[in-house]
Ligand binder design. Structure first.
Ligand SMILES: *Cc1c(COP(=O)(O)O)cnc(C)c1O
Length: 379
């Protein structure tokens, strides 16, 4: 019934799985019949603290008692505290708040243009930066782009992981290089260890801004709050969204050394006090409960356990922290239904790669449950 109504009343932008979910607790979610599923996707990396977390519930209730939005014509304690916290954890200087990943990247692109007066960008092949026109122009995949051309011009695409390609493509018209520290939608592609550091050096040498898109890698997922922090560099702009407010809509671009002027950019909902207080609670809880350490340890545990199953059908296991890709030799899409029948939610990216993005609170027992089902589903 709900599925049928969904098909009737909701636009056809997603291929949805054939279950309808009702509620959740921790790493589990429940359908209308009360069946329990282990959530290994967490809203596509959106819920680092899992579902119906007590601290998040409290933050939501407190906001409901005050106000949810009074616009950006005023400062609010919630937004200011969040901005200060994000500056502290990122080592950057100033925040712009929007409502999604694509908006965070739009802000970053406009900020780069406003400050360099240049209009060319370099992005990577297979990159995903979002689906509004600016971010879509930085996104590689043909099936997302072709129908909507002309896009914003002057994006040049280079091979991911190749620093020479960036150096050779930068011109005196280049405003910025935009990269993901680990490519998510491309199938969890981890670049060579020195890549980010070398890209930073090239951008410095050529006087070009570096935008790092941490919409998926950020918020503790890879074991540090932002992945660039584990490479001892800083971008000029970092963007994040997905896990920032534990599933509520929020995106942010955090910059260093550059700023907007009034009128350059804005967002009515951006940084509203309701979502800001939930985001602040999310960050504080990630630190207080050592969830980044947990992401590192459990991530390694998952990769080792899968490795030990020694399956011929597995081509590669990769990723960092709790952002893991298991590439099969064949198309993995039909595996989703088999996992659902074992009461486990996974997603598949780039046809062949099983992608795991569980809540950062996941424990060993839950992982063991996943591994034993994996062993049965992936022959
Ligand atoms: C998901 C994602 C985006 C887009 O985020 P939305 O909130 O869906 O607009 C941008 N960049 C990366 C790296 C992503 O994974």
């Amino acid at each position: 019934m709900i599925t049928k109504d969904g098909q009737n009343y909701i636009m056809n932008t997603y291929k949805r799985y054939p279950i309808t979910l009702k509620n959740g607790k921790g790493c589990n979610v429940y359908d209308h019949e009360g069946n329990e599923y282990l959530d290994m996707i967490s809203g596509i990396a959106c819920c680092p603290l899992g579902h119906s977390n007590e601290a998040i519930k409290k933050a939501i209730m407190e906001s409901a008692d005050g106000f949810t939005n009074i616009s950006n014509l005023f400062y609010t304690e919630q937004q200011v505290k969040l901005a200060k916290k994000l500056v502290e954890v990122s080592g950057m200087e100033k925040c712009f708040f929007g409502n999604s990943g694509t908006e965070a990247n739009e802000a970053a692109l406009k900020l780069a243009i406003a400050n360099t007066k240049k209009h060319e960008f370099i992005a990577c092949k297979n990159a995903f930066h979002g689906r509004t026109f600016g971010s879509l122009s930085a996104t590689w995949e043909k099936k997302y782009r072709t129908k909507f051309k002309p896009l914003v011009s002057k994006f040049k695409f280079v091979e991911y992981g190749n620093t020479n390609a960036i150096e050779n493509t930068i011109s005196d018209k280049t405003a910025a290089v935009i990269i993901e520290p680990i490519q998510g939608e491309a199938g969890i592609i981890v670049p060579p260890e020195d890549y980010l550091k070398e890209v930073r050096e090239i951008c410095d040498k050529k006087g070009v801004l570096l935008i790092i898109d941490e919409v998926q890698t950020g918020n503790g997922r890879t074991g540090t709050y932002f992945e660039y922090l584990s490479h001892s560099i800083k971008p000029d702009i970092v963007t994040t969204a997905k896990g920032l407010a534990n599933g509520l809509p929020m995106g942010v671009a955090i910059a260093k050394g550059i700023d907007f002027e009034p009128g350059d950019h804005a967002s009515t909902f951006g940084g509203n006090s309701f979502v800001s207080s939930v985001a602040l609670t999310t960050i504080e809880t990630i630190f207080k409960e050592n969830l980044m350490e947990n992401a590192k340890n459990i991530g390694e545990y998952i990769k080792n356990e899968i490795q030990m199953l020694n399956k011929k059908s597995i081509k590669d296991i990769r990723g960092k922290g709790l952002m893991i890709g298991i590439e099969l030799r064949k198309n993995a899409k039909e595996k989703v239904a088999e996992f659902i029948s074992k009461k486990i939610l996974i997603s598949v990216v780039h046809e062949k790669t099983i992608r795991l993005l569980p809540p950062l609170i996941i424990n060993k027992g839950e992982v063991e449950n996943f591994i034993s089902s994996f062993n049965e589903v992936v022959k």
